[in-house]
Design a protein around this ligand. Structure first.
Ligand SMILES: Nc1nc2c(ncn2[C@@H]2O[C@H](COP(=O)(O)OP(=O)(O)OP(=O)(O)O)[C@@H](O)[C@H]2O)c(=O)[nH]1
Ligand SMILES: [Mg+2]
Ligand SMILES: [Zn+2]
Length: 303
């Protein structure tokens, strides 16, 4: 019985599709790995595993390599908080939002960015459906992120704008596309690699909300090298294990200023001598970003 390294491409109901060399093998998890109490997914897409082959199509996952990092979501369950691993070991996460239809929820984007900062994963913002708005409108929505150090790519699956840039970005990397439902994540991937032809669907006219067309998380192998995961639309991402005092460190525009506040445990809300508030007043910090910070810090909002 030979043992081979592999990459988990798909996880569904206890079965895993694992790419070993050129083959994709259907695997179960060795029983002993499942023993004990688990506070998170044992195996997720993006995990590197060792598989013992039963035949050319089936195998057993014997061990899982430690994750460097993971793009995860916190899932409160009766037994305690569970770490649902959306993608293990990502090189980057593409935060996909639409310029319109559905209108972008910037607080939600801010929350995604904070989570990626905390999990140590580079993020890129994709502003899709660029064909539905003017350039000025698109920039008024997403332009504020570039000076913070985030790359913003404006795309349209309809006109093809920006698609090459996204395709180059994905090349030879392990990436995830995330964002709300109906923004065009599956459409973007299908446009980059038509042979995949992922399911995409019209968004509901009545609510302007997506319908959660993509249900299973799966890594797709790209012809130009690399893998991309199409995620189901996310309604919410809870902040994972973030201490309130460390939140300002996940806002790039605040990070370097916090040491200059008068109080070293400044929450940047009401304290005198706060350099963050001063930066908001004189325009160095965008007021919307500051409001997002306050909302996350003081729980005035749930996205
Ligand atoms: N006008 C316009 N429509 C687009 C664009 N990209 C995608 N769409 C449409 O938006 C709708 C939703 O696209 P999907 O690709 O299913 O969206 P999704 O983000 O994968 O949605 P979930 O799987 O539910 O998370 C479809 O009707 C697409 O045809 C675009 O660039 N411009
Ligand atoms: Mg989809
Ligand atoms: Zn302060």
């Amino acid at each position: 019985m030979s043992s081979e390294p592999g990459l988990v491409l798909k996880a569904q109901s206890g079965f895993f599709q694992v790419k070993t060399g050129v083959d994709v093998v259907t695997c179960r998890l060795r029983g002993k790995l499942k023993r004990g109490i688990h506070h998170g997914d044992l195996v997720a897409i993006g995990d590197r595993v060792l598989v013992s082959l039963i035949n050319s199509k089936e195998g057993v996952i014997e061990s899982i390599e430690p994750r460097q990092h993971a793009f995860s979501r916190l899932d409160p369950r009766p037994q305690g908080v569970y770490e649902q691993v959306l993608l293990a070991n990502p090189d980057q996460v593409l935060m996909v939002f639409a310029c319109a239809h559905p209108a972008p929820h910037r607080r939600m984007l801010d929350r995604f960015l904070v989570i990626a900062e905390q999990q140590g994963i580079p993020s890129v913002i994709i502003a899709n459906k660029y064909d539905l708005v003017s350039r000025a409108e698109a920039e008024s929505l997403f332009g504020l992120y570039q000076p913070l150090g985030y790359r913003v790519i404006y795309t349209s699956v309809r006109t093809g704008v920006g698609i090459k840039k996204v395709s180059d970005l994905l090349s030879n990397k392990l990436s995830a596309l995330t964002g709300p439902s109906g923004v065009g994540k599956s459409s973007l991937i299908s446009c980059i690699q038509p042979s995949l032809s992922l399911r995409s669907a019209e968004i509901s006219g009545a609510t302007g909300k997506g319908r959660h067309t993509t249900e299973v998380r799966e890594l797709h192998s790209l012809e130009g090298g690399g893998f991309v995961a199409d995620m189901p639309g996310l309604r919410a991402l809870a902040l994972w294990d973030i201490q309130p005092e460390e939140l300002d460190g996940y806002f790039p525009e605040m990070r370097d200023l916090v040491n200059t506040c008068q109080y070293n445990n400044c929450s940047h809300r009401k304290e005198p001598g706060c350099s963050i508030r001063r930066a908001v007043e004189d325009g160095r910090i965008h007021p919307e970003r500051y409001r997002s910070y306050l909302a996350m810090r003081f729980g005035e909002m749930e996205v």
